[in-house]
Design a binder for this molecule. Structure first.
Ligand SMILES: Cc1ncc(COP(=O)(O)O)c(C=O)c1O
Length: 292
């Protein structure tokens, strides 16, 4: 059990700490998190992690390589550029972000400190169905929109972050999983709240945590565990996505946005084949109360 800041002998704090480590154990079981990895509950959303990962992993003058597969990875790249030489090694914006790259479509710089990708691209409905090649560099993933819905090899990553609001619970809590490598970086001068070590050393209770968000997140993990674990969630998602894709493919009225091998099982996105009809379609949908 971790010591609680300033009042480790306080029974309430000790109880809270025990509850918190029970929650982390459940997450470790469901996601098969290796023993030597840390599990944190942070605030500031995945958007804070765009910057925080770079601050904690990249020393001044270092490089990081990004796969830009949608708006979120664009934002992650922008934030990391504030810290060091962050660069896109693959960017599909000219093609409307309709696919994710395969290994061999890009190459990672030899001197990159780490590699970043977004596992599922919410708006574009694309998703990696393989572990992308990192050129042997530490892998960082924004898994906000598909965590617990698809297979995830935690041990193949050095930082996994996910805003809870998509798949894990309410907004306001971010799950962060760190490898021993990520924790060994030891970069100096990071503002206290943005330093992973601050939160590791205090068991995610350096400042007032989002208690309700963490509580609900734990209930969601408990539900996943009772309902077939990760395998059960994966099966349910595949079945739901297949229902939609079968319908989209059956009719030439619809046009799925994502290309075949990149289709997301989390976010199924489509347009009308005849884009001129989209205005009328949206107006009729809105009139029926289907908006947003
Ligand atoms: C893949 C992905 N990354 C990042 C974000 C932004 O997350 P947050 O609102 O927690 O900053 C989202 C949206 O919720 C997302 O889908």
């Amino acid at each position: 059990m971790r010591a609680v800041s300033g009042c480790s002998r306080c029974p309430t704090a000790a109880r809270r700490s025990r509850a918190s480590s029970t929650r982390r154990r459940r997450i470790r079981r469901v996601l098969s998190v290796p023993e030597d990895y840390e599990v944190l509950f942070l605030q500031g959303g995945a958007s804070t992690q765009f910057y925080m990962t770079a601050l904690n992993l990249m020393e001044e003058g270092q490089k990081a390589d990004f796969l830009v597969t949608g708006g979120w990875s664009q934002k992650a790249l922008e934030e990391a550029s504030r810290v060091g030489d962050a660069s896109s090694v693959w960017d599909d914006s000219d093609n409307g972000f309709r696919s994710v790259p395969q290994d061999g479509d890009y190459s990672i710089r030899k001197d990159a400190a780490y590699f970043h990708y977004t596992s599922n691209n919410t708006l574009y409905g694309t998703q990696f169905h393989h572990l992308p090649d990192s050129g042997g560099k530490p892998r960082v993933v924004d898994a906000s929109s598909d965590i617990c819905g698809v297979p995830l090899d935690v041990s193949a990553h050095d930082v996994i972050y996910a805003g809870a609001q998509k798949n894990l619970g309410p907004s306001g809590v971010t799950l962060v999983i760190l490898s021993p490598w990520a924790l060994s970086r030891g970069i100096q001068g990071i503002p206290t709240m943005l330093d992973y070590h601050t939160h590791v050393s205090k068991g995610s209770m350096f400042n007032t945590p989002n208690t309700f968000g963490i509580f609900v997140l734990d209930r969601v993990f408990a539900w996943i565990e009772r309902n077939g674990g990760l395998e059960g969630a994966i099966e349910r998602n595949r079945a739901k996505a297949a229902l939609l894709y079968n319908e989209l493919d059956r009719s030439d009225f619809w046009r799925p946005h994502a290309h075949g091998g990149s289709r997301s099982v989390m976010n199924v996105t489509w347009r009308l084949s005849d884009e001129d009809l989209e205005g009328a379609f949206l107006a009729e949908a809105a009139a029926s109360g289907l908006v947003g």
